[in-house]
Design a protein around this ligand. Sequence first.
Ligand code: NDP
Length: 322
Amino acid sequence: MRAVQINNTGGPGQMRVADVATPEPTEGEVLVRLEAAGVNFIDVYYRLGRYPLALPATLGVEASGTVESVGVGVTDFVRGDRVAYAMVPGAYADAAVVPAGRLVPVPDGLEATKAAAVLLQGMTAHFLATSTVPLAEGDRVLIHAAAGGVGLLLTQVAKRCGATVYATVSTDEKAELARAAGADEVIIYSREPFTDAVTSLTDGSGVDVVYDGVGKDTFDDGLASLRPRGHMVLYGQASGPVPPVDPQRLNTGGSLYLTRPTLAHYVAGRDELLQRAGDVLRWVRDGELDVRIGETHPLEDAAVAHERLEARQTTGKVLLVP
Ligand code: NDP
């Protein structure tokens, strides 16, 4: 089978399609024939070596497909079941072995591509808006990079919770997408300081929550955009890691809260995984959550997908299809 591997960390050119033996599922594992793999910013961090990774490695942590065989002790899945998963390495490939406890069923009526497109980023939007800070009617939130994979979904889930969404994006085309996802106001932060826009939109009082997946370039101004006792939810670092923060900054900013959440801790138990995944996949199937597949590439073009993601040229979800 084919797998997109890296032997060394570095630029997109490090990725090569290798011919590797199809793995056998051992106890508690399932072999899944993959139909689509999600491209996520975390794949870039792994490729760059920002997160630890044993080499050589097959990139990708999200996919959907069909169960081909199961290992000893697997009772929840049988050959032919349609499944999806997130946060398990090795997804840029024709097939992958996945612990059964990390698989979720894909509901009837939902295409495999949509399941792969929404699972990781949709569950992220779900936990950010319903668990990290459970949003309520009337909350005012600032969502950075709102036309991205997480951004479009988080905007929709925040609206579903009753929040007022101020979205930032870098281009007019992205502004249109953020508006279509439900953003109440869109700020083109490549053209004007988003702090000025937030001051004017909130009459100087600041927003309740900042959702920041951009990191280095937006973090400080995000803190300055919060109301006293507001929440900074730093969930990513697309522009680079945020330098260390002096806790005193939270005091002077108005007794602010800072959290750096990650999906793994919000789907750690099987019940929580099934509940979040179940909500997200059902919402998409029932037309309550729109997942925009911005572009699809063959495995051979994984480098193109990464180049475009890093260069801010993508919108919504990027998929690889074996
Ligand atoms: P996106 O599709 O959102 O792509 C990243 C976007 O970030 C770009 O399109 C761009 O939007 C914006 N951006 C701003 N500055 C830069 C920069 N210097 N380089 C690149 N992009 C920049 O990616 P994802 O949806 O996959 O991920 C979004 C964020 O969410 C990432 O930080 C990711 O790590 C994080 N994440 C965190 C999870 C968690 O569990 N904590 C889970 C999933 C994702 P624009 O042009 O509008 O500025």
